[in-house]
Design a binder for this molecule. Structure first.
Ligand code: FE
Length: 213
């Protein structure tokens, strides 16, 4: 078992990498907490060293992708993480396991994770796109990229292609589909209330948009 001290150190090292409001250190901390919660509610054993390291490192290259410096933050994040963990003398037999979780965590790549740690990380990451926090993040990201809130002339696409014309369309095209992509039972349970909250929000938002309420 790798001690708390190791993860505190890792936390400090990764902090400067999380530079954008939609993937900031708050996101990392929430994913970390959700991942540990899901793991504690699962019946099968989970390697917590692998899961904690993967949670702290999973979006390490995300800002670089947003800044146009790398193509795929999952692939680059796995590479940077391997290097960093080896430098910090993280148990060698676990380095690849962490890198695997990071490589497959990405929603857009639609890769089915095979290890329990990768499944839990992907679920925790996806849960942070749902509920009140998920909504706040979606609109924060929209503001960051100057995407309109809504446009009744532009209906949501049938299939999410990585870009949405408005934040409301993003909620329909991506966020409301998340609950059906989860791998673990605890995550599906947590997703329910969060999913319903987004639906209620949209219902009210669209009525307010038309001046009905
Ligand atoms: Fe993430």
């Amino acid at each position: 078992m790798t001690g708390d001290e190791f993860f505190e150190r890792l936390r400090k090292i990764v902090e400067p990498y999380y530079r954008h409001v939609h993937h900031d250190k708050g996101h990392v901390e929430r994913v970390y907490k959700l991942a540990l919660r899901i793991a504690s509610e699962l019946k099968e054993p989970v390697d917590l060293d692998v899961l904690k390291a993967a949670a702290l490192l999973h979006d390490i290259a995300r800002s670089m992708e947003d800044e146009g410096l790398v193509d795929d933050h999952a692939v680059e994040g796995a590479r940077v993480s391997r290097e960093l963990l080896r430098k910090l003398q993280f148990p060698e037999e676990k380095v690849e396991k962490v890198a695997y979780c990071i490589e497959v965590h990405r929603f857009k790549n639609d890769v089915k994770p095979e290890t329990i740690e990768a499944k839990v990380l992907q679920d925790a990451d996806r849960l942070d796109m749902l509920g009140a926090v998920g909504l706040a993040r979606a609109f924060a990201r929209g503001g960051w990229a100057n995407v309109p809130l809504h446009d009744p002339q532009v209906p949501p696409k049938e299939r999410y292609d990585g870009h949405s014309a408005t934040v409301v369309n993003h909620l329909y095209e991506k966020i409301l589909r998340i609950k059906d992509t989860l791998h673990t039972e605890p995550a599906r349970r947590i997703a329910e209330g969060r999913h319903n909250f987004i639906e209620e929000f949209l219902d009210r938002f669209l009525k307010e948009w038309e001046g009905e309420i």
